[in-house]
Design a protein around this ligand. Structure first.
Ligand SMILES: [Zn+2]
Length: 289
């Protein structure tokens, strides 16, 4: 991982989330090959895609879209999408760098095919009925805005009513600055809802994918009864540079990576993407849901 990748969420810059593989095209035809940040080798994009976006040489976990993630985790065609019609607004009439938020929303929807930065629904995972939320890190950095917060909260409430295990795959640059305090309110709302879910005996498994940062980390992402991370995932609140500048000292090797967090007790386990579906099913059974 390069230094640039571990920076805090800032103004939207697509190159930050397109992944280093797309930056180093050189003379290679676009779309066929990409460079693996893990081993530095050139890997065939199609082969990596067929391997659940994991490098076949070194096991590096590339970022996965929400749509691909859902397919990877669930029993085929078992996703019953909920709250899909909740569309984003632009409450602050936000504009920056010559663009309006309204235009950006349309562009993100066209590019990703998703209405907002999270998809929620009921699905089966190895035959286990589950409430599943998946954040789309590609949709305005997977930012936690009013719609994402509302969809996650409604999903938690549905899981509470139906006594379903709840799984949320987090992938987020943090609270959505374009919605100001309305985004920050989502942290309290989702957390309070999870409190009621936990009080009713619900099981919440939080899966942290690269990257999980900012207000998402500071709310539901870290409230799992079990917290799983993918290998190498960047997980933190503030960015590395902000922290280093604030405390004016060097940060340790591997700071804010999944392995570092596991070592320091912030997460429960690191699970390879190939094992994730089985591990989720196993945890649901183990916790008696
Ligand atoms: Zn590799």
């Amino acid at each position: 991982m390069s230094e640039a990748e571990s920076q805090p969420a800032g103004p939207y810059d697509p190159s930050r989330f397109a992944g280093p593989s797309r930056r180093e095209k050189r003379d290679i035809p676009d779309g066929l090959w990409m460079r693996c940040p893990g081993c530095g080798g050139m890997v065939y994009r199609k082969v990596v895609a067929e391997n659940q976006e994991v490098c076949v040489e070194c096991g590096y976990h590339f970022r996965v879209s929400a749509n691909a993630r859902i397919k990877q985790l669930i029993d085929p065609d078992s996703f019953e999408e909920l709250f899909a019609n909740i569309a984003p607004a632009d409450p602050l009439k936000f504009a920056w760098a010559g663009k309006t938020m309204a235009d950006r929303i349309v562009a993100e929807q066209d590019r990703t095919g998703n209405v907002e930065a999270a998809r929620t629904g009921i699905a089966y995972i190895k035959g286990r009925r589950t409430a599943l939320g998946v954040m789309d890190g590609d949709w305005l950095m997977g930012s936690l805005g009013s719609v994402v917060g509302e969809k996650i909260t409604l999903l938690i409430e549905r899981a509470t009513e139906e006594k379903l295990p709840l799984i949320i795959v987090c992938m987020s640059g943090g609270a959505r600055m374009h919605e100001g305090a309305l985004s920050l309110m989502q942290m309290a709302k989702t957390s309070a809802s999870l409190g009621r879910f936990g009080g009713a005996g619900g099981l919440f498994i939080s899966v942290l994918a690269d990257p999980t940062t900012g207000g998402t980390t500071a709310s539901f992402a870290m409230l799992g009864d079990t917290i799983i991370a993918e290998p190498g995932a960047l997980i933190g609140f503030a960015g590395r540079r902000v922290i280093a500048n604030t405390i004016k000292s060097e940060l340790p090797e591997g700071f804010q990576r999944a392995e570092f967090l596991l070592e320091h007790g912030f997460i429960d386990r690191i699970v390879h993407r190939h094992e994730l579906r089985s591990e989720l099913a196993r945890l649901i059974d183990y916790c008696g849901q």
